[in-house]
Design a protein around this ligand. Structure first.
Ligand code: IMP
Length: 192
């Protein structure tokens, strides 16, 4: 198993990814002593995942992957999408972001939404992209305590519970990130 750097400091993501890649030797940005603030300036999830992965490859020349995720709500024309982290404004938190979504959808009947994750993997300088999508809908109120970000208001298709009411393993099995990681894992099996 090739050691990989996961270009993130988000401890929630590290926990999910470590559980999904079970036993794979992973290092986060903190583990490698990288304190750079890699700016996510792209207008697409794919572009931001590329920025986060290429920065590390350029600096360290080590195999690396990065993910970028967006919540895409049908009735809001795909918002918050690539702006998911700062939807309620710079310096606001996940609660503020969820409150804004709930407020915008207060009188909206169509609550369809999906999470989409783009992963950029760089192996020996070569780039590979993976995508994972989970369809679902936005709940009327927050539910559950696990997970992070928008998890308390997202109900995946075929479920009655939000992501924040599931274990990491349950979420990973059906989630956007879990699916993108599975695609990456399948690919890694075929390369040394
Ligand atoms: P990023 O991938 O770190 O740029 O995430 C963008 C935004 O989406 C942040 O506000 C995250 O909290 C949120 N987010 C990312 N992944 C998830 C997830 O798996 N569940 C809920 N929210 C997420």
């Amino acid at each position: 198993m090739k050691p990989l750097i996961f270009s993130t400091r988000n401890t929630n993501k590290i926990v999910e990814v470590s559980a999904k890649l079970g036993g794979w030797p992973l290092s986060s940005l903190n583990d490698i002593g990288c304190d750079a603030d890699i700016e996510e300036t792209s207008e697409t999830l794919e572009g931001n995942a590329r920025l986060k992965a290429h920065y590390i490859w350029d600096q360290y020349k080590q195999d690396v992957f990065a993910d970028d995720t967006g919540l895409e709500i049908s009735a809001l024309n795909g918002e918050p999408g690539v702006r998911s982290a700062r939807y309620a404004g710079q310096g606001r938190n996940a609660d503020d972001n969820m409150n804004l979504v709930l407020q915008k959808l207060e009188t909206v009947f169509d609550r369809r939404a999906r999470f989409r994750t783009a992963i950029c993997l760089i192996l020996n300088g070569r780039e590979y992209m993976f995508e994972g999508i989970v369809e679902g809908h936005i709940a009327r109120e927050k539910r559950g305590m696990t997970g992070f970000g928008y998890d308390p208001i997202f109900i995946p298709e075929g479920n009655s519970r939000s992501f924040a009411q599931m274990s990491i393993e349950e979420k990973n099995y059906i989630s956007h990130r879990g699916r993108a990681l599975q695609a990456m894992k399948d690919h890694l099996r075929f390369v040394d």
